[in-house]
Write a protein that binds this ligand. Structure first.
Ligand code: MG
Ligand code: ZN
Length: 357
């Protein structure tokens, strides 16, 4: 009797231990990248939004060091390849290491392990940040080759610009025919995207780059994020998705405070949708970061009541400063501290518990 009690107690303790362990292992990971989003960009958005952002709902904060192999100041290709593949590389590299060798991405490994996968961006889906999660090319300039690489994977959902690299190509091949043959629904507007309720989706919201938020794009990122979650969340093994606020970077390159603020607040609205889903789901790790800072942006004045921001810039290029990482959900505590951008890949890989590299 006593022996039985001890065994029961051990089993109970053991299962409690397992429950504890599985609690910190997320089923889903959603990585959100605000391109060019340093702390000043975030704080400008917070100020313009009258003192608050959805981003503040994150429970863990860290910083990453983002230097590339060939340059102290990284670009978006080397930066995203570090997140996607866990290796430092040269500026311009898409999913290849410093010697040009293709390296598997977290999205490809997730696919191999039966997870649903997605990419959402407010620029061409072949642009450096989304491309680095799905393509392997020596240069970010090879948009048509990057588009071809989408067909070498089994990605479930992608929404962005870049229609011409799929269906108006210089080689005359219409990749949409291959996408349709492989079961993708094609959408060419945000209204069409919103009508999709299940299955695979390839959505092209612009021939090349989408408009600015303030010049016609509006809340397409928020709507695309909602649809992508809807399409991916049903997978029993989980999902991996990367969502990019692509144009915060372009506001920095333009030294345009209003452009930065509009894009930052739009990205934060998408963050709100993702955190709402993660909160309700309870099994989703959300990581929000940037590849690098752009513009050497600073804030020299502002008003939280009126939402005005006075910005100042030191460059029209990227800068080399540390970049904040915000995390929410099971496993989020792993993202506190200061580490390399490549560690974001390693932490995601470990959080998923993948055995293969
Ligand atoms: Mg980008
Ligand atoms: Zn840039």
């Amino acid at each position: 009797m006593r022996k039985l009690f001890v065994i029961c107690l051990l089993l109970a303790l053991n299962s409690a231990g397992c429950a504890q362990k599985s609690k910190s292992k997320p089923k889903n990971i959603i990585l959100m990248v605000g391109d060019g989003m340093g702390t000043a960009q975030i704080y400008a958005g917070l100020t313009a939004n009258k003192g608050k952002l959805n981003l503040e709902r994150c429970t863990a904060v860290g910083f990453h060091k983002n230097q590339a192999t060939d340059n102290y100041v990284t670009d978006s290709a080397a930066g995203a390849t570090a997140f996607a593949c866990g290796q430092k590389t040269y500026n311009g590299a898409i999913g290849v290491d410093a010697s040009g060798k293709p390296i598997p991405t977290i999205l490809e490994i997730a696919e191999r392990n039966g997870l649903a996968t997605g990419l959402v961006a407010t620029c061409s889906i072949t642009h450096a940040t989304p491309a680095s999660f799905i393509s392997h090319q020596p240069s970010r300039a090879l948009n048509e080759a990057i588009a071809l690489d989408f067909l070498k994977t089994d990605i479930d959902v992608f929404i962005g610009g870049g229609r011409k690299y799929f269906s108006k190509r210089s080689d005359g091949i219409n990749l949409n025919d291959s996408l349709i043959a492989r079961g993708y629904q094609i959408a060419n507007s945000i209204d069409e995207v919103q009508r999709i309720t299940n299955g695979k989706l390839a959505a092209f919201l612009a021939d090349e780059q989408q408009a600015k938020f303030s010049e016609g794009r509006g809340d397409e990122l928020v709507k695309s994020t909602e649809v992508a979650i809807r399409l991916l969340k049903g997978n029993k093994k989980g999902m991996f998705m990367m969502i990019e606020g692509s144009q915060i970077d372009w506001g920095g390159h333009s030294n345009d405070t209003k452009y930065i603020v509009d894009e930052m607040v739009d990205f934060d609205n998408a963050i709100g949708k993702v955190l709402d889903f993660a909160t309700a789901d309870g099994n989703t790790l959300v990581i929000i970061t940037a590849d690098h800072e752009t513009g050497g942006f600073s804030i020299i004045g502002g008003d939280m009541m009126t939402g005005t921001v006075e910005g100042k810039f030191t460059t029209e290029h990227h800068t080399g400063v540390m970049i904040p990482v915000f995390a929410f959900g099971p496993g989020s505590e792993q993202f506190s501290g200061i580490y390399q951008n490549t560690d974001i890949y390693k932490k995601m890989h470990e959080a998923f518990g993948f055995k293969d590299k």
